[in-house]
Design a protein around this ligand. Structure first.
Ligand SMILES: [Zn+2]
Length: 532
């Protein structure tokens, strides 16, 4: 509401004096509810693909862990609370993109970051930007993708607006730093697959550098060495020009780390610019990071270090933190890894709240927003009894026994509307005219094992009309893949869902997040609260 405008209108309409006086009071009340610009610090948490079912299932999973660690500490696991759910304000968000009833991660996060509805696969560009040609083929393909200069214009991001105000800025993710979500904060491109080009946009002095970043993103942490470090030193590199972007950033004053141990050794008080790339591609799932004792930081570790560096700036900061691999585990219909990554994301929120409450008691100058970019095809079904394991078979609330489907066999609480299965490939891969029988056989063989867990075999009930009896399977195994309705091919094929997602907010300016919002309105609200 604009009180100046109200005053002017009221002066010219004396007959409506009483109405105007009332409007003035309302304006004052609205003003006291949130003073624009009070949030000099913004922490924007994004759980990739973390739809409502995933949030609820993760909450119950957290309760199970709490009860296992401390029996009797909860009446039942359903009573647990996620940290994000302790934030005082909440809203629902519509996530559709300009051309997709169901969005991918690029335009949905870009909507939050720029306030512009754009097409699927587009990163922070104007609405007229196209990612695919008229036949539906990728407009420009490959990691060196660049866009024709006539194909749309860059749309300003919250991170860029904060930088322009002299604030410190950062992006942290468990995916490659150039993956769609983090890329929308600092890069602009017509097609999200241009990972090399996206990386170059983060490197001060590079010909493709994004000049809106001024002296550079202050903290950038995640995976993605293969787009920054060239061959031959990095044999898995995707770079085709031999340019070492890490060295280029170090030359501009960035400290560079590539392990959890090295990140821990960084002194935030003595560090102005920080680049951390902890894996060639995506970072490990939280489950594998812990199980395999990998020297990668947790999302919580990265968040704390980022806040340490950024919060030194007296003018404030903008930090985006993504739990990026929740989405990947859901694509794989591997609910366990999705729930573990959701809890790791939630733990990072706790870390941020603890850190900021010390610096800024009561979060008087700090806005915390937590949301998701889209849903998935996961469903929570049956009538399981209270306390039933969330990764287990449905045991009915009345008799506690496995509930049977029409075929007389039980089913799990968490299932997916669609997805892949081991030993299978997609229809398009199976019918690819360029694929040899050997190519197809290799794809099928690869689909049987989890490459991120020592090539252990996936465990998955059969898809289709004849179902396996899952009483003989361990549905809580790390590599169990939930049952799916429509078989789309190999693991990883499950799709996003088009349903609305939740948003949670707390701290300075958070009261304005309420009701059901268009995703592009989230941008306006953060911008207003932060005075950008
Ligand atoms: Zn996503």
């Amino acid at each position: 509401m604009n009180t100046t405008m109200n005053r002017t209108t009221c002066k010219t309409r004396l007959a409506a004096a009483l109405v105007c006086a009332a409007a003035g009071t309302l304006a004052t009340l609205a003003g006291s509810a949130h003073a624009a610009g009070e949030a000099k610090n913004v922490i924007f948490f994004l759980g990739d693909g973390m739809g409502p079912v995933t949030v609820t299932a993760a909450r119950i999973y957290k309760g199970e862990k709490q009860l296992a660690a401390k029996p009797g500490s909860l009446v039942s696991p359903e009573r647990a609370n996620l940290v994000m759910q302790t934030l005082p304000y909440a809203a629902r968000v519509k996530t559709y993109s300009l051309d997709g009833q169901t969005t991918d991660s690029a335009p949905s996060m870009a909507a939050y970051m720029t306030g512009v509805k754009m097409r699927n696969e587009v990163i922070s560009m104007s609405s007229d930007t196209v990612a695919v040609d008229s036949t539906g083929k990728q407009y420009i393909n490959g990691e060196d993708t660049t866009c024709a200069p006539t194909n749309g214009k860059a749309a300003d991001t919250l991170l860029e607006l904060a930088k322009a105000k002299g604030r410190a800025v950062g992006a942290v993710s468990t995916t490659r730093v150039g993956h769609a979500t983090p890329a929308t904060t600092y890069a602009h491109i017509c097609n999200r697959n241009g990972y090399n080009t996206i990386a170059e946009q983060s490197v001060p002095g590079h010909a493709n550098y994004n000049p809106k970043l001024l002296d550079g993103v202050d903290v950038l942490l995640g995976g993605g060495q293969r787009n920054y470090l060239p061959k031959p030193a990095n044999p898995g590199s995707k770079r085709t020009d031999g340019v070492d972007l890490v060295a280029a950033m170090q030359a501009k004053g960035y400290a560079y780390v590539d392990t959890g141990t090295k990140l821990k050794a960084i002194d935030p008080a003595a560090t102005g610019k920080l680049l951390g790339l902890f894996s060639q591609s995506e970072m490990a799932y939280e489950l594998d990071r812990v199980k395999q004792n990998l020297d990668q930081p947790s999302l919580s570790d990265m968040t704390e270090k980022a806040l340490g560096v950024l919060s030194k700036n007296d003018k404030g900061f903008f930090l985006m933190v993504e739990g990026g691999r929740i989405d990947h585990a859901l694509h794989g219909t591997n609910a366990k890894r999705a729930l573990e990554d959701t809890l790791a994301f939630d733990a990072a929120i706790q870390t941020a709240l603890d850190f900021m409450n010390k610096k800024d008691p009561g979060l008087k100058n700090t806005l915390v927003v937590v949301t998701a970019d889209h849903d998935h095809a996961i469903a929570f079904n049956g009538y399981p009894k209270i306390g039933n394991p969330i990764l287990g078979l449905v045991n009915g609330y009345a008799d506690g026994k496995p509930t049977k489907a029409a075929d007389g066999k039980p089913y799990t609480t968490l299932v997916f509307g669609n997805g892949g299965r081991p030993g299978s490939i997609s229809f398009s891969d199976a019918n690819d005219p360029n694929a040899t029988p050997a190519d197809i056989a290799k794809k099928i063989a690869d689909s049987n094992v989890n490459a991120e867990d020592g090539k252990k075999p996936w465990i998955a009930p059969a898809r289709g009309p004849v179902r396996d009896d899952q009483t003989t399977m361990d549905t809580t195994d790390d590599n169990f893949l939930q049952e799916v309705g429509i078989n789309l091919g190999s693991p990883g094929a499950e799709t996003h869902g088009g349903g609305d997602v939740m948003l949670f907010a707390g701290g300075a300016g958070s009261k304005i997040f309420k009701g059901t919002m268009e995703n592009i309105k989230v941008f306006n609200k953060v911008k207003e609260a932060a005075g950008l």
